[in-house]
Design a protein around this ligand. Structure first.
Ligand SMILES: CSCC[C@H](NC=O)C(=O)N[C@@H](C)C(=O)N[C@@H](CO)C(=O)O
Length: 664
């Protein structure tokens, strides 16, 4: 028994309550301290709680800085470093709060009737640029009663996964809020959604992200604009029908704007996000990372992380722009020469740099990092990555009590004609003994343009704890291996990537410790699509769990919040232009061939892969007399496994284990 050998117990689904998540490591301008967010799952309330913590760069125990029983997030230092602004839901909706480093209680700064979703300090520290859908700075005395509960829909975008109900007609705009008194003023207006405000170094202008094209209802354009901080007509910086640009950041001298994205209409995450630079006055952007052939976004998937919003950061000397780069299952921190040239790796290794920040003089970097056996910690290093030190050991005590399986990183030959090596990870079951043959669970990631990688994954560790070997791979279509590999699945969902998955399974079986008659398969979203696809094309799997899945591409086109653009780009046309292709690539087409006992897990408020996808598959298989079960999660969205209510997250894991225990 593992317990006897190591003195450690096996991981359990409820252990998600034991794992604290840290994120958003923000180093103070003087480089002395790091503020970060610590998130815990609250079992009693079946909810999340988060607070701001501080740790000295010199070392020592982190201390809790905000103490409210609430969700505090997004800490940002004032330019002088004497206070922190942060978002908190203490008053109901997320608003900006201020807390002095000298001591005292946090004070509420904004009272918008709608949540604040993002903000940025002005360079002189007097004003915050704030993003909100509010139309006034103060809530009305009395909320108007809706006249009817009947919903009238006029837009094609009327739902968005993660937003319960239907989207309203309100638009996200930028406001300026003086931090020491004075009335907020609205900077942008009109029938546009604005985000990601970035102050020019002089404080005169604010760059932001918006789609101001006439066809914005139907396209996926995302442009860079700038506006005077006092308000007025915005001016275009990097715009156009092919723009897919985000996260602007000004050069320290204010002459150039850098941002991330690509320039292919509707391509979304099927293209590498590059780092671009354009004259601040506007013009033709130039890519600084085209030769890198990697995405400068974090593309890795996990079920154990708190979200943060890192964007590129310009070094104060103007020479470098720091950015994340997704590379072969890792997310690294690079610095890119602002004038063009060879990108330099700053924070590398088998891990994910979740977020990062720079001290005001650019000499120190703080990051949150995640590793296969450690979900998150804060580290600090010099501007070139040297002298790295770990500042927190958030979950060290807990992980000292449970046994984890160390993933082995391997390259396995595809079963396709080219036999291309596919990057994969194998986890041996806890208590592994030579000479014994174990059941294997194949995990398939979604996207399809995301990647598995060197991060802690609770679901995988749980399976290993229950005695399964676990295999996860980055087949064709995954991020992190270059543009050509990334595009392979377009118009070929299932067809292009299934041989990669099967080749990897064969190669693991050849190692001798897998029982080939006990293979399981599971995955979420596009990974659910692939789970359905796989059991429709082979009977070699003994049990399957399909999660938040896609089963019918034609109905996905019309019911998913992204169906009409994502589906169209990924499949290569509309269902009425390409009916045969939609039929051929839909797993439901192969339902009569599906024999594997299937558990269907789906959230009722999933607007990304709506529950009708699960319902169709369930009824077809039921009518076909197959072993199939359907578990529905009320009041949950597509993000159930990562951000759902804690109790549902535990139940979801229990259902997966139950199904494999019964059928595998
Ligand atoms: C990071 S790839 C996500 C692509 C796409 N989003 C927008 O265009 C998307 O949401 N795809 C889903 C079908 C999907 O497979 N989602 C995955 C990865 O986020 C999931 O695990 O939910």
């Amino acid at each position: 028994m593992a317990e006897e050998r190591t003195g450690k117990r096996r991981l359990a689904p409820e252990d998600i309550y034991e794992i604290a998540l840290v994120s958003d490591a923000q180093i103070s301008p003087d480089g002395q301290r790091v503020a970060f967010v610590r998130t815990v799952l609250d079992r009693e309330r079946n909810d999340y709680r988060s607070s701001i913590w501080l740790v000295d760069v010199a070392g020592g125990e982190p201390v809790r800085f905000t103490t409210a029983d609430a969700r505090d997030s997004f800490p940002r230092w004032s330019p002088r470093g004497d206070r922190l602004a942060f978002l908190s839901n203490r008053s109901g909706k997320d608003q900006v709060w201020l807390i002095s480093l000298g001591g005292g209680e946090a004070q509420q700064l904004t009272r918008f009737p709608e949540p604040v979703t993002h903000f940025a300090w002005s360079p002189d520290g007097t004003t915050l640029a704030v993003v909100t859908k509010a139309e006034t700075a103060e809530p009305p005395e009395k909320e108007p009663e809706p006249e009817t509960d009947v919903v009238r829909i006029t837009r094609i975008r009327y739902r968005s996964d993660g937003t319960p109900g239907f989207l309203d007609e309100k638009r996200s705009h930028i406001w300026c809020v003086p931090v020491d008194g004075g009335r907020p003023w609205q900077v942008t207006s009109g029938d546009f959604d604005e985000s990601w405000p970035a102050w020019s170094p002089s404080g005169h202008e604010i760059a932001f992200v918006s789609n101001r094209t006439p066809d914005r209802e139907y396209n996926t354009v995302s442009e860079i604009w700038a506006v005077r901080a006092s308000g007025g007509e915005p001016r275009p910086v990097a715009t156009g029908d092919a723009a897919y640009f985000f996260k602007p950041v000004w050069s320290p001298d204010g002459t150039v704007l850098a941002f991330t994205g690509h320039r292919e209409p509707f391509a979304g995450s099927s293209r590498n996000h590059q780092l671009w630079a354009v004259a601040a006055g506007g013009g033709e952007p130039a890519s600084l990372t085209s030769a890198l052939d990697r995405s400068v976004e974090d593309e890795v998937l996990t079920d154990t992380a708190a979200s943060s919003k890192p964007g590129p950061i310009w070094a104060p000397d103007g020479r470098w722009i720091y950015t994340q780069v997704s590379d072969q299952g890792n997310v690294h921190l690079y610095r890119i020469p602002a004038g063009g040239g060879e990108p330099q790796l700053v924070v590398g290794g088998r891990r994910r740099v979740v977020d990062f920040s720079l001290s005001a003089d650019g000499s120190l970097i703080a990051c949150t990092v995640s590793e296969p056996l450690n979900p998150c910690d804060v580290i600090v290093c010099s501007a070139d990555g040297s002298g790295e030190r770990r500042l927190t050991r958030v979950n060290e005590e807990f992980f000292a009590t449970v046994e984890l399986s160390e993933p082995e990183e391997v390259w396995l030959p595809s079963a396709s004609e080219d036999r291309r090596p596919i990057h994969a990870w194998i986890m041996k079951p806890i208590g592994f003994r030579e000479g014994v043959r174990y059941p294997l669970v194949l995990e398939i990631h979604g996207g399809p343009h995301a990647m598995y990688g060197n991060v802690y994954f609770h679901e995988f560790q749980l399976l290993a704890a229950q005695g399964y070997a676990v295999l996860y791979t980055n087949p064709r279509g995954s991020q992190g291996y270059g543009q050509q590999f990334l595009s392979c699945t377009r118009g070929a969902w299932g067809e292009a990537d299934m041989p990669d998955l099967m080749g990897a399974v064969d190669a693991v079986i050849e190692r001798g410790y897998i029982d080939p008659s006990r293979l399981g398969v599971t995955g979420g979203s596009y990974g659910g699509f692939m789970t359905n696809w796989v059991i429709g094309h082979t009977d070699r799997f003994k049990a399957a769990v399909t999660q938040r899945c896609v089963s019918n591409l034609a109905s996905f086109y019309g019911t998913s919040d992204i169906g009409f653009h994502f589906g169209e780009h990924e499949i290569g046309g509309t269902p009425w232009e390409q009916p045969e292709l939609y039929r051929r690539l839909s797993p439901l087409t192969y339902a009569p061939q599906m024999k594997t006992p299937l558990l269907i897990l789906h959230s009722e408020q999933d607007y990304r892969c709506p529950i009708e996808q699960a319902e169709q598959l369930y009824v077809w298989l039921k009518k076909l007399g197959r072993t199939v079960e359907f578990v529905r999660f009320p009041d949950e969205s597509h993000g159930l496994s990562r951000s759902g209510k804690p109790k549902h997250r535990v139940e979801r894991l229990q259902h997966i284990l139950r199904w494999f225990a019964e059928y595998l």
